[in-house]
Design a protein around this ligand. Structure first.
Ligand SMILES: [Zn+2]
Length: 280
């Protein structure tokens, strides 16, 4: 089985101590490729270096694909010059598969003051423009703002597809994104028993709508949420690090709730990811 993790922040400091063993564990779990979206400009070059060191899958590690962008949650770290730097780096880096992670966030209070919201929108639409100029897909972050995201996609006439990652909306909103040419990324949150709304999405849309993702180090699946990777039990206040090796948990959840076999699902989700981000 060859799975693609369409969203994993492998370049994050949380993986600095054991990145290669995380990659080996993911490969052993059947993951053959991982898309690594960026979040701040200061890490773009190290992200590119990491992905270029893994430009093909081996027995010990999946292949890595880079995406570059400015994440809305890290708004305070972004400066206007980052947009020019992004344009230049995209032009010079044919291996970058998408502009991402970009988007809008209404969940964090500091991001919805008038000034912060205007800034979020300006950065998001400027990056959608860059994606259009370079004919690149996008990897989108959207929390509590599906109507705003869709309005920006329409305003910038985005037609090069991509993924709405960690989708958490309704069946209706899922259909709206599909009509805009986007795939929906589902990960750890689907595996929780209380995820009725997400499970309705996962079972209501055709198979070609979805791609698998972990969003590691965030959004650990239910089965791993109380135990660290080294076997230690989670203590109160601690967070368990998610891993691309846990991607099969998401596949297993789909297999429990959909009629298709695990193999059929795995093949379809990998094909969808290849198509959504035009992965060669
Ligand atoms: Zn992310």
């Amino acid at each position: 089985m060859e799975l693609i993790d369409s969203h994993c922040h492998l370049d994050a400091p949380e993986f600095d101590a054991d990145r290669e063993s995380v990659l080996a564990a993911a490969r052993a779990a059947g993951v053959s490729g991982i898309v690594v979206p960026a979040y701040v400009a200061s890490r773009w070059h190290s992200l590119l270096r990491l992905c270029r060191a893994h430009s093909r899958a081996t027995a010990a590690a999946p292949r890595l694909w880079p995406a570059l962008g400015l994440h809305p949650v890290h708004l305070a770290a972004h400066v206007d010059a980052d947009l020019d730097a992004l344009a230049a780096l995209l032009a010079a880096s044919p291996d970058v598969v998408a502009v991402g992670e970009i988007g809008l966030d209404r969940f964090l209070p500091e991001l919805v003051t008038d000034a912060a919201w205007a800034r979020q929108k300006a950065l998001f639409e400027a990056q959608l423009d860059l994606a259009r100029q370079r004919d690149l897909p996008v990897i989108l972050h959207a929390r509590r703002c599906h109507a705003d995201i869709q309005a920006s996609l329409k305003r910038t006439r985005h037609v090069s597809g991509g993924i709405l990652h960690a989708f958490s909306g309704s069946v209706e909103e899922a259909g709206q994104y599909r009509r805009l040419g986007l795939h929906l990324g589902l990960g750890g949150p689907l595996t929780y028993p209380q995820s009725a709304r997400l499970r309705a999405v996962a079972t209501s849309l055709p198979l070609d709508a979805f791609v698998l993702e972990t969003d590691a180090p965030d959004l650990v699946p239910f089965r791993h949420c109380d135990q660290h990777g080294d076997g230690r039990e989670r203590q109160p206040g601690e967070r368990v690090r998610n891993s691309p090796a846990y991607l099969p948990d998401v596949l297993d959840c789909f297999a429990e709730i959909r009629p298709e076999s695990r193999e059929t699902l795995a093949e379809a989700f990998s094909r969808n990811a290849m198509q959504a981000l035009r992965l060669g």
